[in-house]
Ligand binder design. Structure first.
Ligand SMILES: Cc1cc2nc3c(=O)[nH]c(=O)nc-3n(C[C@H](O)[C@H](O)[C@H](O)COP(=O)(O)O)c2cc1C
Length: 209
């Protein structure tokens, strides 16, 4: 089993990094022979879409004959996803949604004719579905009765990942990190991990042990 482990926080000792690492650890306990590849968007942010990339994506005609090298970064990142049986993403909530470094990655991953088809009924994903576990850290609360803000993160990620075919997405949030002190952070992480459902991993066609 191959795991692609993505982090987005700019902070080295961040809640979402610790959560995504704990998810990967649980996966490795279930599948000790699994391998892990890393894409750290926090320490190695991608550039925003370049003029050549934006030009290539501007029409079917330009996509069919893109400027030389314009799709190289996109292709590298898509191949990383395609090589993975499971994707783990650790992300903070930044201004109600994903951080811009994760958005920059999404902008490279969603490419018409490569990862989705554009149809009158909407985008049709071209990638094989595979489990995506998303560990989220938010300073405030965005779910349940105590929510004090709207959530544009989970519906957005579900929509963009679903549009390329990744429909099996589990969100594991650690919320109110601004108010977690000492052991409370560890307890909150353990609570979030309690919702981790590895059933989808056990159903994978690849051997997990
Ligand atoms: C630029 C920025 C915007 C933020 N916006 C929100 C927000 O909209 N909602 C929220 O609950 N927390 C927000 N926070 C707080 C972070 O979500 C919180 O500190 C979280 O723990 C960060 O994840 P990390 O610990 O993995 O770095 C924001 C933090 C930053 C730096």
């Amino acid at each position: 089993m191959k795991i692609l482990h993505i982090d987005c926080s700019p902070r080295p000792e961040s809640h979402s990094r610790q959560l995504s690492a704990a998810i990967v650890k649980r996966l490795l306990e279930a599948a000790p022979a699994a391998t892990v590849s890393r894409r750290d968007l926090g320490t190695g942010p991608l550039s925003h879409a370049s003029p050549d990339y934006a030009t290539a994506l501007s029409s079917p005609a330009t996509l069919a004959a893109p400027p030389s090298g314009a799709l190289d970064i996109s292709e590298t990142l898509i191949l990383e996803v395609e090589a993975a049986d499971v994707v783990v993403i650790g992300t903070p909530m930044h201004n109600l949604t994903v951080p811009s470094v994760l958005k920059a990655w999404i902008d490279q991953i969603l490419r018409a004719g490569r990862t989705f088809l554009s149809t009158p009924a909407g985008k049709v994903g071209l990638l094989r579905d595979r489990p995506v576990f998303v560990g989220i850290a938010s300073g405030g609360v965005f779910t349940g009765e105590k929510a004090n803000q709207p959530d544009f993160l989970t519906p957005y990620l579900s929509a963009v990942l679903g549009s390329i075919g990744l429909k099996t997405v589990q969100f594991l949030p650690v919320q109110a990190t601004a108010f977690l002190a000492g052991d409370q952070a560890t307890l909150a992480r353990e609570k979030a991990l309690g919702a981790l459902d590895l059933t989808v991993v056990r159903k994978l066609p690849c051997p997990i042990v």
